[in-house]
Design a protein around this ligand. Structure first.
Ligand code: SF4
Length: 453
């Protein structure tokens, strides 16, 4: 057993789910670092283990509980180890999680992330804490965020969700919508730019539903104000809700070259009857029309989407409509999942459960179709010169990776002078694969030719 008497305390954090959770993890680690607790990648050397969980699908919830069981065993080695359940499962389960896992130390919901340090202190003083719910004033210290990565800084602009999609648990786990004031957002973005971040990603469950609290400004105004900040190279935002887009927002996307030509726009289904049962509030035609408006504003726009397969009542014909939409929209990427019933949502009460084997088979067809489309699109980029921000090293020796502004991964030879992480450079695309590109670095000596990553 190692001697821990003179070592700083360590925190190990495991994160599931969306970018909001990623940023929450950075906020939690940042708070602890201000108290001298250092992050570790090895749970065995941690004094505090945090599981930042996602409850969007049932499988993810099971995974969290099985992981809690594994981490509890580490207590045999380290009696002083604390284990906390955070994120959406924490909000959903609350007290029940403490009952189910007898030696779980605390439960911290997404609305209480800013209180982690106090919760840990209360636990060390003997209390098993359940901190859930959504206080109107939420602590958010922009100096207490352990930013990760060299180039992208994430900034939450709106938390929670007021929609009621019938399949979705997020309004329960993340609470009602609450927008941050524009001045706070601009201050945080400015802070990140001064720190050297090249790319800013604005976050929200329905990011384009941001409204100035008590004011008139909407997301179009916010986009304009952020995009014009001096020094901002790339601006992204996620996740947009189709119904919340306005012509003014589309106009801003067309107007500012530093708004990335990439947009995640979840459609969920290509069938109107299914969209109605999902409570999405738009039709297939409205979605297609919005895509056309966006592509008119930004012809180079790469679109990605979310799709649910096997939603209650989905017929073969409905599913065919989804495939047809995928062919028509030519998404650069899709995130498709089998429908997963969630507690407290309306969809499980709908008729027409789709057998698991039918949903599986549909999902495979969708994957095959999308993979072919992505491959075609990426092959169509061969010969183009793209700007990339260098994000890391490839799996093969001597290879580096980068992200284009349209969010594609590019592999390229580092050459004799590897590019610094976070730096910007240009590549000529030499090959397109379904999930990435390979290119030749321009303006630098690079050896060899790209292989399939
Ligand atoms: S908009 Fe719908 S799918 Fe998105 S978080 Fe809100 S309820 Fe869930």
């Amino acid at each position: 057993m190692r001697d821990v008497r003179h070592e700083p305390r360590r925190v190990f954090i495991e994160t599931w789910g969306c970018q909001m959770n990623e940023l929450d993890s950075q906020r939690m680690v940042g708070q602890l670092m201000q108290q001298g607790v250092l992050p570790t990648k090895d749970p065995k050397e941690a004094d505090l283990i945090l599981l930042n969980s996602c409850s969007v699908r049932e499988k993810a919830v099971h995974k969290v509980y099985s992981r809690l069981g594994e981490y509890r065993l580490l207590r045999k080695e380290r009696a002083e180890l604390l284990i906390g359940l955070c994120g959406c499962v924490a909000q959903q389960e609350g007290e029940a999680a403490l009952e189910r896992v007898p030696d779980l130390d605390f439960v911290l919901g997404p609305g209480r992330v800013g209180e982690l340090a106090q919760v840990v202190a209360r636990r060390r003083a003997g209390e098993r804490v359940v901190a859930t719910g959504f206080p109107p004033e939420r602590a958010y210290d922009i100096d207490a965020v352990a930013r990760q990565g060299e180039y992208k800084g994430m900034v939450t602009i709106i938390e929670g969700c007021n929609k009621s999609c019938t399949f979705c648990i997020v309004p329960q786990t993340r609470g009602p919508e609450s927008s941050r004031p524009l001045a706070d957002v601009l201050r945080e973005v400015r802070h990140l730019l001064d720190y050297g971040f090249a790319e800013i990603e604005l976050l929200g469950q329905t990011v384009n539903h941001w409204r100035e609290p008590g004011g008139e400004a909407d997301f179009a105004d916010l986009l304009d104000a952020v995009a014009t900040l001096p020094g901002l190279q790339r601006l992204r935002f996620v996740t947009s809700y189709p119904r919340d887009f306005t012509p003014r927002m589309v106009e801003q996307i067309g107007r500012h070259a530093n708004i990335c030509p990439y947009l995640h726009l979840p459609v969920q289904s290509g069938s109107d009857p299914v969209l109605r049962r999902m409570g999405r509030g738009y039709s297939r035609a409205q979605y297609v029309d919005l895509v056309a408006q966006l592509r008119r504003a930004r012809p180079d726009l790469a679109l990605s989407t979310d799709l649910i397969v096997g939603f209650p009542g989905e017929t073969e014909e409905d599913f065919e409509q989804t495939l047809e939409l995928v062919r028509q929209a030519r998404f650069a990427a899709t995130y498709a999942f089998k429908y997963s019933p969630r507690p407290g949502t309306a969809a499980p009460r709908l008729d027409g459960a789709v057998p698991a084997e039918v949903a599986d088979e549909r999902l495979q067809r969708l994957f095959a179709l999308q993979e072919g489309i992505q491959h075609e699109i990426n092959q169509g980029l061969v010969g183009q010169e793209l700007e990339v921000i260098v994000t890391g090293w490839g799996k093969q020796p001597g290879m580096q990776t980068g992200r284009t502004s349209c969010h594609r991964v590019v592999h390229f030879h580092a050459g004799s002078e590897p590019a610094a992480l976070g730096s910007t450079m240009h590549v000529e695309v030499e090959a397109g694969f379904p999930y990435s590109l390979a290119g030749r670095r321009l303006g630098a000596s690079a050896a060899g030719s790209p292989g399939s990553p």
